[in-house]
Design a protein around this ligand. Structure first.
Ligand SMILES: [Ca+2]
Ligand SMILES: [Ca+2]
Ligand SMILES: [Ca+2]
Ligand SMILES: [Ca+2]
Length: 399
């Protein structure tokens, strides 16, 4: 099914017809069989399907997110618990993360602004050690051509550069300070016997992480390479970016809060997209579960409609939920006096719809799942004419 949908996306691109109009009816005809990323019928991209707007004026990479271009990009949460899979979200002071992504036609680079909160930062990773996931690591997964598939080694059937999982290791900046030194690890080679860990720091040409208290701002750019990448000649596989390009992209954070243990051991792994229990830790080796990133022109809806996505933070928990109840917590200063919460099946049938009047900018709402069986669903939050959509799972068999 994933292959089929990738084919549909490629078809819509090659025929120069809007992928939205060509693909949607066919995708939804198949949706009952598909549990991956989807586009919604309302014309709103689900949060697992990301859009990156073009940055007309590229941001100054200084660890400060006050650049004009960032105001036109929406925050996307890093809030899916991959390890342990399906556990309740961590308290915000243990970990909270969100990111923005943009692109430039001028530099052919992606630009990222990431905010993380982490109560204890475990650093000290020394390249080329293999245990980098046991430190506090920001991780970017990128599949340049949205091919999916394995990306560990160069073998007869797959290429290590089919996708990259960039593990960004830093030493914690001083409070109020910043760092621009990073090591970026991923696996290469042809087998575990000749495995290497190249430092891909050169793929991130500009990079600054600033820190205030327990809050970190990561601002950086990223070159994009295709799967013919050769570490001795990176420039040969640099990719030009243009509007309409579709890539696989997910973000994640490896959180360890115990610098004194030996050996170090990762506590939690929190990602930006929903993954199935079977694929709870597949991103590092397989690009099939990545989110879909589409590059779009800078026709920012937030400007044309007069609305701004003022850093909404929303969480759905527990996810998966084992019982009759799920909670939505929301934090935003969007205008408006009511919020509409809907639950949709994966084939877009509305199973629940409720209007909550006079909501507060910060609220937590308990939602009953009476009459909704086990499976994967979408929760749509409509507020001030903006919609945010998130997947959740109702399970009765959580190990
Ligand atoms: Ca900046
Ligand atoms: Ca933590
Ligand atoms: Ca690929
Ligand atoms: Ca930590």
């Amino acid at each position: 099914m994933v292959t089929f949908i990738r084919w549909l996306i490629n078809l819509s691109m090659t025929t120069k017809i809007s992928k939205f109009h060509v693909c949607l009816p066919v995708i939804f005809a198949c949706a009952g069989l598909f549990t991956g990323n989807l586009l919604s019928t309302a014309g709103v991209l689900h949060s697992d399907s990301l859009q990156a707007k073009e940055a007309i004026i590229i941001p100054v990479i200084d660890g400060v997110g006050d650049d004009e271009c960032w105001e036109t990009a929406s925050w996307l949460p890093i809030d899916q618990m991959w390890i342990p899979w399906g556990d309740p979200l961590l308290p915000f002071d243990d970990f909270k993360g969100e990111f923005k992504v943009m692109w430039s036609d001028e530099t052919d680079e992606l630009y990222f602004l990431v905010q993380t909160t982490d109560d204890v930062f475990v650093d000290g990773y020394v390249w080329p050690g293999s245990k980098y996931p046991d430190y506090d690591i920001l991780e970017i997964f990128i599949d340049e051509d949205y091919s999916g598939g394995l990306h560990i080694f160069d073998t007869e059937s797959s290429l290590a550069a089919n996708a990259f999982s960039y593990h960004i290791a830093i030493d914690e900046p001083a409070d109020g300070g910043y760092t621009d030194f990073l090591v970026v690890c991923d696996i290469a080679g042809t087998s575990w016997g000749d495995r290497t860990t190249p430092d891909y720091a050169g793929h991130i040409p500009e990079f600054v992480v600033s820190r205030e208290g327990r809050n970190f701002i990561w601002e950086f750019s990223l070159h994009v390479y295709n799967d013919s990448y050769d570490h001795t000649n990176p420039a040969a596989s640099l990719v030009e970016l243009s509007a309409g390009k579709i890539m696989g992209l997910s973000m994640a954070y490896c959180d360890n809060d115990n610098p004194d243990e030996s050996p170090l051991s990762r506590d939690n792994f929190i990602g930006s997209v929903s993954v199935s229990e079977e694929a709870y830790n597949d991103h590092w080796q397989n690009a099939d579960g990545y989110g879909i990133l589409t590059l779009v022109e800078n026709s920012a809806p937030s400007v044309t409609t007069g609305h701004q996505d003022n850093n909404p933070v929303y969480n759905i928990y527990p996810n998966p939920t084992l019982d009759n109840t799920i909670y939505l917590s929301y934090n935003s200063d969007l205008p408006g006096d009511h919020v509409i919460i809907r639950i949709l099946s994966m084939d877009s049938q509305v199973l629940y719809s409720e209007v909550f009047e006079k909501y507060q900018a910060q609220f937590t709402q308990q939602i009953s799942l009476d009459g909704i069986g086990t499976g994967i669903y979408l929760m749509e939050i409509e507020i001030a004419d903006q919609k945010f959509v998130r997947k959740f799972t109702r399970s009765n068999n959580h190990q």
